[in-house]
Design a protein around this ligand. Structure first.
Ligand SMILES: O=C(O)c1ccccc1NCC(=O)[C@H](O)[C@H](O)COP(=O)(O)O
Length: 207
């Protein structure tokens, strides 16, 4: 994390759009390994893309309900710095990922997070929390009113953000960072360099 708001551009799958995110000033680039997404990448492709990511920018792998030893193996092979576990991973899965040396992001649907007790939340040892819509990568906005004042740890806002709405969302909730995927696409699963630039510029314009 830096002093400024952390920005992750997720679901990248081409060299050009990785370069666009890096050049725009994103802090992290995300690669979806979870099956069934229009953005899913293979380990071979991800490795090529990660090689383009300069040091200091987080290379995030997004996994969902995969055996944690497999996840750690893939992440090591690909050269990821960060694991975003986006399913029903357990407390011990997070511990395993951290022990293996990865920065960890616990991704949870905002509505599920709000139902958790303080004890349930505290059990997870992650570096960052990411709150998302119920269906990840769907472009569905999380209603800011449900979250205002209800998160008391370092957190990333995701879900339905776009260059046009991100300023208002950040001003309403003051998250430590933001994550976007479909809001910077020109078609489902197809990233758009101009939209990536606009998104980063919009976030950086917030005092
Ligand atoms: O992006 C996907 O298709 C995806 C599939 C399965 C698990 C996670 C996935 N994305 C994770 C992300 O971090 C997305 O950026 C996040 O859900 C926000 O997506 P969007 O609402 O499209 O901006």
């Amino acid at each position: 994390m830096t002093d400024q708001r952390w920005i992750k551009i997720c679901g990248l799958s081409t060299p050009e759009t990785v370069d666009a995110a890096v050049d725009a000033g994103a802090d992290a680039v995300g690669f979806v390994f979870a099956a069934g997404s229009p953005r899913t990448v293979t380990a071979d492709l991800a490795k090529e893309l990660v090689e383009r990511v300069p040091e200091g920018i987080d290379a995030v792998g997004v996994f969902r309900d995969q055996q944690i030893d497999e996840v750690v193996g893939i992440a090591s092979e690909v050269g990821l710095t960060t694991l975003q576990l986006h399913g029903r991973e357990s407390v011990s899965d997070f511990a395993r990922a951290r022990d293996a040396g990865f920065f960890t992001i616990r991704a949870v649907a905002a509505a599920d997070y709000l139902r958790e007790t303080a004890e349930q939340r505290a059990a997870f040892d992650h570096d960052l929390l990411l709150l998302d819509a119920a269906v990840p990568g769907s472009g569905t906005l999380v209603d800011p009113a449900t979250l205002a004042g209800r998160v008391d740890e370092a957190w990333i806002l995701a879900g339905g953000l776009t260059p046009a709405n991100v300023v208002a969302a950040v001003q309403a909730l003051d998250p430590d960072g933001v994550d976007v995927s479909s809001g910077v696409e020109s078609a489902r699963g197809v990233k758009d360099a101009a939209k990536i630039r606009s998104f980063v510029e919009a976030v950086r314009s917030i005092p």
